[in-house]
Design a protein. Structure first.
Length: 195
């Protein structure tokens, strides 16, 4: 299952057509399977390129992603979930390849994974209400602001800061889950389990 150099647009995505392809592919229709791969190979390819994998690694990742899809094809509740599922699975497989490679490339791979994680954290932070952004910003500044300073600046009683922080971090975790980071097991800064 080689990836093609051409990259057709996914802009014409159609749930009903995709649902029909998924149903036919799940029923062992090889033409439908080939069409699914043709349609979504550019998505898998572009994620692999973001990880700067070599050609063989890209082929391995793609093969694993398509194998996993074949195993899960009948279990996708909605056809609209297919692109997100493929993206998450491809990133997970790329991370597996990068971390198992060892050597100097592992450092680059770890930097890419960290950059991706930070981008999702920034996106989740940007979705917080302004009051939560101010609170989390003050708590994570270097050095962090004292509770007394936060209380004065934001007009929050000192005893309410920790519960509000927990609420804000929970909102951030929800945003991260929507953005796909929670699946990787990451937590926001200061937001580990029990925070």
């Amino acid at each position: 299952m080689g990836l093609k150099a051409s990259r057709p647009s996914l802009a014409g995505y159609d749930d009903s057509a995709t649902a029909a392809l998924i149903s036919r592919a799940a029923a062992s229709d090889h033409g439908a399977w080939d069409e699914l791969v043709e349609r979504y190979a550019p998505l898998v390819w572009s994620i692999c390129m973001g990880f700067r994998l070599g050609h063989r690694d890209v082929e391995d990742v793609a093969q694993n992603v398509w194998l996993l899809l074949a195993e899960q094809l009948g279990r996708l509740p909605e056809p609209a979930e297919l692109p997100g599922w493929l993206a998450r699975t491809t990133r997970r497989e790329c991370r597996r390849v990068v971390t198992s490679a060892g050597g100097p490339d592992t450092v680059i791979g770890e930097e890419i994974v960290m950059a991706e994680r930070n981008a999702v954290l920034r996106a989740a932070f940007a979705q917080l209400p302004p009051r939560c952004q101010s609170l989390i910003g003050m708590l994570t500044s270097d050095p962090p602001c004292s509770y007394a300073e936060i209380s004065t600046t934001l007009g929050i009683p000192v005893e309410s800061i920790a519960p509000q922080r927990a609420c804000c971090l929970e909102r951030m975790r929800g945003s991260m889950a929507l953005l796909g980071l929670a699946e990787a097991g990451a937590n926001p800064p200061g937001g580990g389990p029990g925070a």
